[in-house]
Design a protein around this ligand. Structure first.
Ligand code: ATP
Length: 136
């Protein structure tokens, strides 16, 4: 089939997704990575963020908390630390995680691990955004 490539997402919990897709945007640590069919080979580290992919023109969102992506031979593989589809996300839990992280960052006590709190905040924001069907 022309115009598609295989998109495979795996997490420690198992296979998350394996589909032929038209387009995906990945949250690379240095910015978003857009992948179309026959993309050049690539290995990239991913940040906590939202994966957006398109099948038959329909867009779907998947929150990940970081990982790695490999693209080769018309196939994109993501090894994600965690992965949740929008509808599987517990929004109150993510909002509570966001609030906790924001509080830690605002207080910035001597023993606050800033990078850890910032990462928790990015994970929470990714989940909230992936769960929001009104947001692209
Ligand atoms: P929390 O502080 O709420 O535990 P966290 O960012 O520390 O959030 P992770 O360590 O990234 O959580 O994930 C632990 C497990 O819980 C993973 O399996 C992940 O998929 C799941 N998970 C975390 N937050 C949510 C959520 N809001 N909705 C659904 N699953 C979640």
């Amino acid at each position: 089939m022309a115009g598609v490539f295989t998109f495979h997402v795996v997490s420690p919990e198992g296979n998350v997704l394996k589909e032929d897709i038209e387009f995906v945007i990945l949250p690379g640590v240095n910015g978003e990575l857009g992948i179309l069919p026959n993309h050049a080979p690539l290995i990239a580290a991913l940040d906590a963020g939202v994966i957006h992919y398109t099948i038959n023109g329909t867009k779907t969102k998947l929150a990940i908390s970081g990982g790695f992506a490999e693209v080769s031979d018309n196939k994109a593989t993501v090894l994600a630390d965690t992965a949740e589809f929008g509808e599987a996300i517990d929004v109150p839990r993510a909002l509570a995680a966001k609030e906790r992280a924001e509080k830690r960052l605002a207080e910035k006590s001597a023993d606050t691990d800033i990078r850890r709190a910032e990462y928790a905040l990015r994970r929470a924001i990714a989940r909230i955004n992936a769960a929001d069907s009104k947001r692209d």
